[in-house]
Structures are given as C-alpha cells and as structure tokens.
Design a protein around this ligand. Sequence first.
Ligand SMILES: Nc1ncnc2c1ncn2[C@@H]1O[C@H](COP(=O)(O)OP(=O)(O)OP(=O)(O)O)[C@@H](O)[C@H]1O
Length: 267
Amino acid sequence: MTDTVIELSDVDFRRSGVEILRGITLTVRAGERWALLGPNGAGKSTILGFCGAQTHPSSGTAHVLGHRLGRVDMQALRHEIGHVNPRHPLGSALTMREVVLTGLTATIELAMRWEPTAADLASADAAIDRVGLGHRRDARWPTMSQGERGRALIARALVAAPRLLLLDEPTTGLDVAAREQFLETVDALAETDPELTTILVTHHLEELPESTTHAVVIAHGEIVAAGPVAEVVTTEVISRAFEHPIRVSRADGRWAARAGRAAPRAA
Ligand SMILES: Nc1ncnc2c1ncn2[C@@H]1O[C@H](COP(=O)(O)OP(=O)(O)OP(=O)(O)O)[C@@H](O)[C@H]1O
C-alpha cells in the first residue's frame, strides 16, 4: 500500500550470537501516531533503529518509506526521517536557531562550508514558532532548560519536513511542567501535520501523548500486542509484558499505570 510508512515482516535481529528480536511483523501507515512500549531490554531501541534506517534486520524484511533496508542508501533515507533524541550529543554552544538549522544538514554541529539560504532561515524560524520557542531563538544551547531543548529538537527534526518522526524517550528527565508542555507540542503536531507519522518510545504510560493512535508492546524481543491504542494499552497486555500486575486506566485522554494489589491496604 502506498501509505505504508514502516513494514516489518518476520524480522529477527541477532548480535554476538544472541537473538534480540524474533518474528517482528508490524505495519505503520501515514498519519498514525504510535507508541512503542515495553520493559528495559525488550528491544524497543533496536526496533527504532530499523525505523530510523540505522540498522537492518538479520533476517526477514524491513521497508521504511517504501525502501527495503539493506538495499537502499541508508544515509540518504535518514534525511527523510526526523529523529528526536534527548541525549543530543552537541558539544558547542550553538544558538537554538543554529541547532534547528543542523536539521537541514543532518549533522550535530554546524556543517563546515555550509551557509543557510534565506529560505533555510525562514524554515528554521517557522519550525521554532511551531514549538512555541520564538522568544528563545537566540538562546545558547547550554543555557536552555531540558524542556526547551526537547522542543527545540522537535523543531530541528521538523525543519527538514520529514514524513516520519521518531521520538526516543523524549520526556526522560523533564519535570512535570516541562513534560506536559512537551506533550502539548506533540499533540499540536497531530493537528497541524496530520500526514506526519510518529513513533514514540517510552517506559511510562503517563508519558503517552493524548494524540497517540496505535501502540506496540514488546517483551523479550517479541510483540505482545500491536494495534489501535485502546486495544493494546490495557491492564491485561501491560501486565503480561511487564510480568507484574499493573492496573491501566485512562482519564481525560491520558493513561496511568499502578501496580495492582492482591488486597486493599488496611486504612
Ligand atoms: N549490539 C548489541 N550486542 C549485544 N546485545 C545487544 C546489542 N544491542 C542490544 N543488545 C541487547 O538487546 C536487548 C534489547 O536492547 P534494546 O536496547 O533494543 O532494548 P530496549 O527495550 O530499548 O531497552 P531500554 O528500555 O533499556 O532502553 C538488550 O538485552 C540489550 O542488552
């Protein structure tokens, strides 16, 4: 199908003789906003590595934006994918606007001998405005809060007009206000850019944006459940994946998880 953005078919992934993923089959279509959930070591980052054209399967097939991994120039493909990694390894004190411009060159630092055009600068400013940071355009990276950096990294990803946006544990380390602002920014994208496909990795159900449409839950390198979020983010599936009784609830569009207790505690 032409609107298929990710197609993983019976994918296995092995490293150093260890089977890390087994029989992963997953289809993600344009405009869907997925959550990728699972306990530590389940294989989430490895799956995100396929989606981001960073690595390819040991067996099975993986198509990203219509290209089969292993048979395509992975670096060229990566230019079509926005990747928000809160551990952005920037070493110099670039301004936020400069950081956003590095999204056009797909580099961490400003690319040597590269001068942005007036159109590039306008795209960067438009992306910055979309994440609500117009007033911080000239702030230097080390002086920005973690929350501002997270939103700036979304602007950096958006400036290259990607069709696929990957968010790798993007709210890690944010305080509750910064987290909520970040999630609002992600929810706003769903309104302004309905064709953009997003995949967000998290361990915490509280960190799922309201606009999430689908979820895939993995454990021990296998899919436990995948599909529309209401069918997947359930007490039964989450308890099975985390091998612990966890009660899942949803209120005002947001999810919460609590450890289930065998008996109510005495007052
Ligand atoms: N290159 C590698 N060589 C050997 N083992 C690896 C390699 N990469 C990942 N692993 C192992 O594969 C498993 C899955 O790793 P992965 O990072 O994908 O999990 P994750 O779900 O993202 O975990 P976390 O939530 O802790 O980030 C882990 O047990 C990890 O130690």
